[in-house]
Design a protein around this ligand. Structure first.
Ligand code: ZN
Ligand code: ZN
Length: 307
């Protein structure tokens, strides 16, 4: 793969760019207005948190480049299984704020109950944030179900709160170290999951014909050497690219009937800076619907917990 560095923007420029895109989505698809309003609120919190993190020193990690390269060579994402200390006191307040935004944005009591569990100490925030950082869906699902909470909402809230840290860390590892010691391992990487955190991409952003996968969590951007299914590697006749809307050839689906997976792709003038890749995702929800109507799905997260 080729890792693609996506430059960040200062918060005010980021908000302006996001606002332009949200207005365009709401104009084209008025039915998405409530979803756009909710995303505006949630990503506002994520941007605030990113800004707060930027003002703090970069975490010191004992991840020697040789060790990272060896993991990548085995297709294991860098963060998997690493005891990386998270700045819990800084991230924790965002959990409650995301609950409030979701409660007001349509999730109602399901979100309020999560806030109560956090405030009351029934959810231990450090464990929750760590499980999310480690992409441990099973742990979060079990913990939520045990407390009578919605696993999907708990997953989302934790993901939003920890994503600015994951984003910062992946940039630190790949952009600072890569040019020298990680190049060989990076170029040998052919997997569809994120080389930093192991999540599947939310979609591919295509700029000037280059198909760049965008991690749904940490926003890593990477290009693969082959045009094939990102989930199973199939590049034969059962892997097709189609535009469900004839008028919008800039928005396509990659469909694999070997594994049943799909990936959305969208042409853009430039790659979205973190966390605006989430806007590309919401702009293309009709593609998710089209793919699912035809029986395609996104596979579950891969588990790297015990490697
Ligand atoms: Zn990632
Ligand atoms: Zn496939």
């Amino acid at each position: 793969m080729t890792y693609v560095a996506v430059s960040g923007l200062k918060a005010s420029d980021l908000r302006e760019m996001a606002e332009r895109r949200w207005r365009a989505v709401a104009e084209a698809r008025p039915d998405l207005s409530p979803a756009v309003d909710l995303q505006r609120h949630l990503l506002g919190l994520v941007v605030d948190l990113s800004t707060a993190l930027d003002g703090r020193p970069v975490p010191r990690l004992s991840l020697p480049p040789k060790y990272v390269a060896a993991k990548l060579a085995r297709a294991v994402p860098v963060f998997a299984g690493e005891p990386i200390p998270l700045p819990v006191p800084l991230l924790a307040p965002a959990l409650g704020q995301c609950c409030d935004a979701l409660a007001a944005g349509g999730a109602g009591d399901a979100a309020t109950h999560i806030r109560e569990a956090i405030d009351g100490g029934s959810i231990e925030v450090g464990s929750l944030l760590n499980a999310s950082f480690q992409r441990d869906q099973a742990a979060i699902r079990t913990g939520a179900t045990h407390r009578g909470l919605s696993p999907d909402l708990v997953w989302l809230i934790a993901e939003l709160a920890v994503s600015p840290f994951a984003h910062r860390l992946q940039r630190m590892i790949f952009e600072r170290v890569q040019p020298d010691q990680l190049r060989e391992a990076m170029s040998a990487w052919t997997a569809g999951h994120c080389p930093a955190c192991g999540s599947w991409p939310a979609l591919a952003e295509v700029v000037g014909g280059s198909r760049t996968l965008r991690c749904s969590f940490c926003a890593s951007a990477w290009e693969l050497p082959t045009y094939a299914c990102i989930y199973c590697g199939n590049g034969g006749e059962t892997f097709v690219t189609a535009a469900p809307d004839e008028e919008r050839k800039d928005r396509r689906l990659e469909l694999c009937s070997t594994c049943g997976g799909y990936l959305k792709t969208i042409d853009l003038p430039e790659l979205s800076p973190f966390p605006l890749q989430a806007i590309s995702d919401i702009e293309t929800t009709d593609l998710d619907v089209a793919a699912m109507e035809h029986g395609y799905a996104r596979p579950a997260l891969r588990s790297f917990a015990r490697r």
